[in-house]
Structures are given as structure tokens and as C-alpha cells.
Design a protein around this ligand. Structure first.
Ligand code: ADP
Ligand code: ZN
Length: 656
């Protein structure tokens, strides 16, 4: 067993306090910054050269990113590691390169058997020998992979966690030589959150059965509580923690007021993401179905995905999303974990996520390839009402409901903030953030805030007066009607036109009043009760009514903030000169045909980022082509000539 490489660390990483609310001080001293790491670990000459050589020759990349080199050195030297990197950070190479440099076969535990084939295909495409064992294999293939493992003819073996519960698998593993264990999506061991896999709890036995084999656990989950849980449950007490920044600079965060969400979504797709692949998250199965139908009816290549669909349909839809270019997946949160598709250009939420963790994880599926991507959320009063109600009626004890409410409050705070969204998001995960990021809606179009104290008082007074008729159903709409002095049937029937508050709110529009209600709910200055979403005062309401508290509000924009790029320009080609954009499209068509022929996802052939670079540079020789990031030896040999032909046709087409 290798001890932590940082001897100055006085606090063993497995005794961190397990706080649920991350704070800016929760980084333990076991975590090292990039600079510290660079200074600490003297590269072990040969092995490092080997790692860099593998990166450049096999994967076709110039340099390591962030922590990659340090993690790889550490694992190659036999150390355990817990790697926390955002989605798209490049976690896979952290175990794939050690798998190639160390003797033996790396065993990769991966929770999603539906995606193992793609993972193996992607490795095969760069010339790495890999295999997987799961229930989808026929007898002969299984025997073949087992034999390859025992003979050490492959470098990586992918396994589902449940496989380790079988004695047969364990004795198979005993017969081979294991170079390392990689535990992907390690947060599946955490019982908080919907990705929990009971079989992950069993993985601590790896350490007991094969104490000399290094283990590397990887996750994109940002909270320190989950990190502590992973370290404890997987017995990674002596593992070195590598914690990267969770910022995703290429993702543009936007939260817009919800009006007609499906139409707003369609406008987003048409104006900014025509032909792009993306994910649209909805809360319910019914709204998944409706939204997918709506998009299809409007000419978008959209598919539904939720737990109510039969397994075959789900698998088929997922395959199409992964394999074809530009498919939009409309899904519940059941969709997404382990989806490696690098060119998801947008993630849109039509309903409010239940927590910042969920929001971050779901939006994180956009832009793994580092190219510009959009995280867009439409959020309105109804979301707050609905989620508060769901918490009130949820099963579980008071502590559980409080926990849910705390998570919702943090999410609401993110929606209502007038600050930089990214800064708020990063701070939530305990990362000190600068001021403005320049790539979120509040930075691009700073919202105005206004003193909403008087408006709040008017609204709360109305609620107070209606409170005496508690058995009635007076939701937000009715309160707003009273404030606007509308003599609706309901108002006349209940004689609410004789209340002193009737018509005292004509200075604001209906949308603005709904914004006031929403923000008061978000801040806990107002509550919703019962099945009909009746508004009720809270203890804190008195402070506002008693003029002891001012309430600053976010001004409702007259129209949705426009941060859009020129109409019709897909994000990936947006900044390419016209002829390069044309070349890119031709390369994309070539890639689609090639992928189809081989039955692999398009990104397994080349990523958008690589095609984009080829289009921009227009290399004229194999040597030039080999210098482009993402073009390794194997792909150069396999596709080099074809690419040059496509580029040549392009040049010929441009000649007068
Ligand atoms: P994660 O598993 O952390 O979400 P991946 O391992 O899928 O991320 O990597 C994200 C993307 O970045 C992939 O397209 C991968 O090929 C690319 N990538 C990873 N490391 C590098 C690197 N050092 N240089 C260039 N591209 C990289
Ligand atoms: Zn910002």
C-alpha cells in the first residue's frame, strides 16, 4: 500500500467532517493544487515519458490537461487516487494511460452496461485493445474475452459492479494479472442522490482481496460530502485526492423567466442550435412525451426517454442519440449518467431541478469537448409552488423534508440571484470564485434590481386578508387579480372587491406581480399550502409587513434576455470563416457515413473539435494532419487519406 504522497498532510482524508453544506473552507489539506502537485512529485523519468508518449501517439493529444499528468504518475507508481473532475475534464485518460503503461490488465468498473460497447469501440478506434464482460454477451464472445483477459492480450476490461458479486468473475480475475482497478462514476456509492447503486457498496472488497493493486475512483460530483462518503465506503482512506476546479468555462449558463416554455425552447433551438445535439430535461413523463411530440411537429429530430418506456425503446432512443448527429433527447433525469457523447451542444431544463447538485450534473453533460455550449433553464412561479408542494407531501420524516427544502432553497437562490451565475454555482461547491465570468446571462445582460419592499407589503397584506378565509382556494392568480383591481367572477362572488387592497397594485403588470410572488416564495417570505397552492404567511413575513426588512428584487425583463448568436449559426461553426464552415459540414457528412458503416457513434471516429480544427487548418499532407489534436497514429493510418481526399474535393469545388 502506498502512503499519501504529501507528508505534510496532517489531516487524513478519511476523517473529514461530513458536512452537507459545502463551504469555502472544506478543501482538506490532502487536496493539492496543480502548482503544489507539480512541485511535489518528481516525475519518474521513464514512466512519465511513456505516459506522454501514449498521450501523443495513441490519443493524438499534445499535452496533459489540468491534473491528468499528476494522477497518471501517481497511479502508475502504484498509488490509490480519488479523482474529482468536472464532466469533460478528461477523467478517462487518468486510468486509460496507466492501464497502458503498467503491466497487466486494468479492470474498469462502470455502472452502465448499455455504454460499455461504446467505451470499448472508442478505445479500439485509437488502437487500444479492450473488452467488456456483461450480460449482453453471448457464450462464445464471453469465453473469448475471458481468455484474452487471462492471457493479458487486452489492456482494459470493463465490468459492471454486479459482476463482482459472482464467484465465477472473482476467480476469473484471480487467474489474470490486474494492473489497476478503476471505479468510474464513483458517486454511485453514495446513498444520497438518484444514481445510487447498491452493488457499488460491495466494491470495498477489491481492496481486501487485491490489496496490492492500485485503485482509482473517479467522479464528477462536486460536493465534499459525497467525496467523503466515497472515500469511506470504498476504503480509500489512503488515497490521494485530486480535486479539480469545477468550472466549465465553455458552458454559458442562462436562466430565463418561464412564459410559454415549449415555444421558448423552440426559439432557442432555432436561433442558436439548429441541427445541434442536445438534452431537454422535463420533470414528468407526460411532459417529456408532449415536448418531444411538439419538437418533432416543428421539424426537430427529437426523441423521448423516461423510465416508463420499455427497455427496448429506451435503448434504441439512446443509441440514436449517441450515434446520429444532431438528435435532441427529451428526457427525465433518468437519462444521462455515463453518456460520453462529447458534442452535446445544449442542455435545456423546462422544469426547475430539485437541487444545485442535480442542475450542475445535468447541465454538465453539455460541451464535454470543450466547445461553446448552452445551459438554459426556464423557471417560473409554478415551479416554486409545485416543488414546495411536492416536498410538503413527500414521504419521509421532518429531517428528510428539511433536507429537500434546503436543496430547493439553494436552487432558487441561484435562479433569483442578480450576481454572476457561475460565481454562485462555484461558491456553492466550496470554490472561491471571482466576480463576473462574462459567460452567463447575468454577466452578459446584468439584471436590474429594484426595491420591492412596498410591493411585497402589498402582496403580503392581501395574503393576510385572505388568510381569514383559509378553507377557500386562493392561489397566486387570485391575489394578483385583487391587486390589479380585476372584477373577476371569483372576486365578485367572494366580495373581494371590497377589500382595502383591491386595486392597489396597478403600478405593476401581471407578470411583474407573479415575479414578486415567486421571489417572496423563493426567499421564504411567503409559503404555499395545501393541494391548491394557497398562499400563506411565514414567520419572516412579519418582518416585511412591520417594515423591519427591505426586499430587493430582480426586475422581470420585458423580453427574454437575448444573448443569442447570429441566427442560423450552429455553435460549433459559429467562429469559422465561411469556407471552413463548408468544409466542416463536408467532413461531418463523411464522418456520419463512416460511423454508420462501422456501426459506431460518430464521435468515436473524430470529435467535432478535431473536425473543426481540420476544417480551419486545411492540412495538405499526412504529416500536417498528424499534428492536429485528436489525430493519433491509428486514426491517421486509417482515415488520413480519406480526410485528405475530402479536403481535396473541397479545394477542387472552390476552383472557378
Ligand atoms: P470526463 O470523463 O471527465 O467527462 P472525458 O475523459 O470523456 O471526460 O474527456 C472529455 C474530452 O476531452 C474527451 O473528448 C477527451 O478525448 C478530451 N481530452 C481528454 N484529455 C485531453 C487532453 N489532454 N488533450 C486534449 N483532449 C483531451
Ligand atoms: Zn457570469
Amino acid at each position: 500500500m502506498v502512503s499519501p504522497a504529501d507528508p505534510s498532510s496532517t489531516e487524513p482524508s478519511n476523517t473529514e467532517p461530513s458536512n452537507t453544506e459545502p463551504s469555502s473552507t472544506d478543501r482538506s489539506s490532502a487536496d493539492l493544487s496543480v502548482a503544489e502537485l507539480a512541485a511535489s512529485d518528481a516525475p519518474t523519468g521513464e514512466k512519465v515519458t511513456a505516459a506522454l508518449d501514449v498521450l501523443q501517439r495513441i490519443f493524438g493529444y499534445d499535452a496533459f490537461r489540468g491534473f491528468q499528468r499528476e494522477v497518471i504518475d501517481h497511479v502508475v507508481a502504484g498509488g490509490d487516487a480519488l479523482v474529482l473532475m468536472p464532466t469533460g475534464g478528461g477523467k478517462s485518460l487518468c486510468y486509460q494511460i496507466p492501464a497502458l503503461v503498467r503491466d497487466g490488465v486494468a479492470v474498469v468498473i462502470s455502472p452502465l452496461i448499455a455504454l460499455m460497447q461504446d467505451q470499448v469501440d472508442a478505445l479500439t478506434a485509437v488502437g487500444v485493445k479492450a473488452g467488456f464482460l456483461n450480460s449482453t454477451l453471448d457464450f462464445d464472445t464471453r469465453r473469448l474475452v475471458e481468455a484474452e483477459f487471462v492471457a493479458g492480450e487486452i489492456d482494459l476490461l470493463y465490468l459492471a459492479p454486479e459482476a463482482l458479486a459472482s464467484q465465477a468473475t472473482l476467480s476469473l480475475l484471480d487467474r489474470g494479472r490486474i494492473s489497476l482497478f478503476a471505479i468510474d462514476e464513483a458517486h454511485c456509492v453514495s446513498q444520497w442522490g438518484h444514481d445510487f447503486r447498491p452493488d457499488y457498496l460491495n466494491l470495498s472488497m477489491l481492496h481486501e482481496r487485491w490489496p496490492g493493486v492500485p485503485r482509482i475512483a473517479l467522479t464528477a460530483t462536486a460536493t465534499s460530502a459525497t467525496r467523503t462518503e466515497i472515500a469511506t465506503r470504498l476504503q480509500l482512506g489512503e488515497a490521494r485526492h485530486f480535486v479539480a476546479s469545477f468550472d466549465r468555462p465553455n458552458i454559458q449558463y442562462r436562466i430565463v423567466p418561464k412564459r410559454e416554455p415549449r415555444k421558448q425552447l423552440l426559439a432557442l433551438l432555432r436561433d442558436e442550435h439548429p441541427g445541434d445535439a442536445g438534452i431537454v430535461y422535463c420533470l414528468s413523463r407526460a411532459s417529456v412525451e408532449k415536448t418531444a411530440e411538439f419538437l418533432v411537429a416543428n421539424g426537430v429530430d427529437a426523441l423521448p426517454y423516461h423510465a416508463g418506456l420499455d427497455a427496448a425503446t429506451r435503448a434504441a432512443n439512446q443509441q440514436r442519440f449517441l450515434r446520429a448527429d444532431g438528435v435532441v433527447m427529451v428526457a427525465t433525469i433518468a437519462f444521462g449518467m455515463g453518456i460520453d457523447k462529447p458534442d452535446v451542444r445544449f442542455v435545456a431544463h423546462l422544469d426547475l431541478p430539485k437541487s444545485v447538485e442535480g442542475y450542475y450534473q445535468e447541465t454538465g453533460r453539455a460541451g464535454r469537448d470543450g466547445l461553446p455550449s448552452t445551459a438554459w433553464l426556464a423557471y417560473g412561479l409554478q415551479d416554486v409552488v409545485q416543488q414546495r408542494k411536492m416536498i410538503d407531501t413527500s414521504e419521509g420524516d421532518l429531517a428528510h423534508r428539511r433536507n429537500l427544502a434546503a436543496h430547493l432553497d439553494a436552487m432558487l437562490a441561484l435562479c433569483e440571484t442578480v450576481r454572476c451565475r457561475r460565481a454562485q454555482l462555484l461558491e456553492y461547491f466550496g470554490e472561491p470564485a471571482g466576480c463576473g465570468c462574462g459567460n452567463c446571462d447575468t454577466c452578459l445582460e446584468p439584471p436590474e434590481s429594484w426595491d420591492g419592499t412596498v410591493a411585497a407589503q402589498k402582496l403580503l397584506s392581501t395574503v393576510y386578508r385572505l388568510d381569514r378565509e383559509r378553507n377557500q382556494r386562493f392561489g397566486a392568480g387570485h391575489c394578483v387579480d385583487i391587486l390589479l383591481g380585476r372584477s373577476t367572477d371569483k372576486i365578485v362572488q367572494h366580495r373581494h372587491d371590497s377589500l382595502t387592497v383591491f386595486g392597489i397594485g396597478e403600478e405593476l403588470s401581471e407578470a411583474e406581480w407573479r415575479g414578486v410572488v415567486r421571489q417572496l416564495l423563493a426567499e421564504g417570505l411567503l409559503a404555499v399550502e395545501g393541494d391548491y397552492g394557497t398562499l400563506a404567511l411565514t414567520d419572516a413575513s412579519a418582518e416585511v409587513l412591520g417594515k423591519r426588512r427591505t426586499v430587493m428584487m430582480r426586475r422581470e425583463p420585458a423580453r427574454a434576455a437575448r444573448v443569442a448568436k447570429p441566427r442560423g449559426a450552429a455553435t460549433v461553426v459559429a467562429e469559422l470563416p465561411a469556407e471552413a464552415a463548408g468544409t466542416f459540414e463536408r467532413l461531418r457528412a463523411w464522418r456520419a457515413a463512416t460511423a454508420k458503416e462501422q456501426g459506431v457513434p460518430a464521435y468515436v471516429i473524430f470529435h467535432d473539435a478535431t473536425l473543426r480544427q481540420i476544417a480551419a487548418d486545411a492540412p495538405s499532407s499526412l504529416a500536417d494532419l498528424s499534428r492536429i489534436s485528436g489525430v493519433g497514429e491509428n486514426k491517421l493510418a486509417k482515415y488520413g487519406e480519406q480526410l485528405l481526399t475530402v479536403l481535396g474535393e473541397e479545394t477542387a469545388a472552390q476552383q472557378p
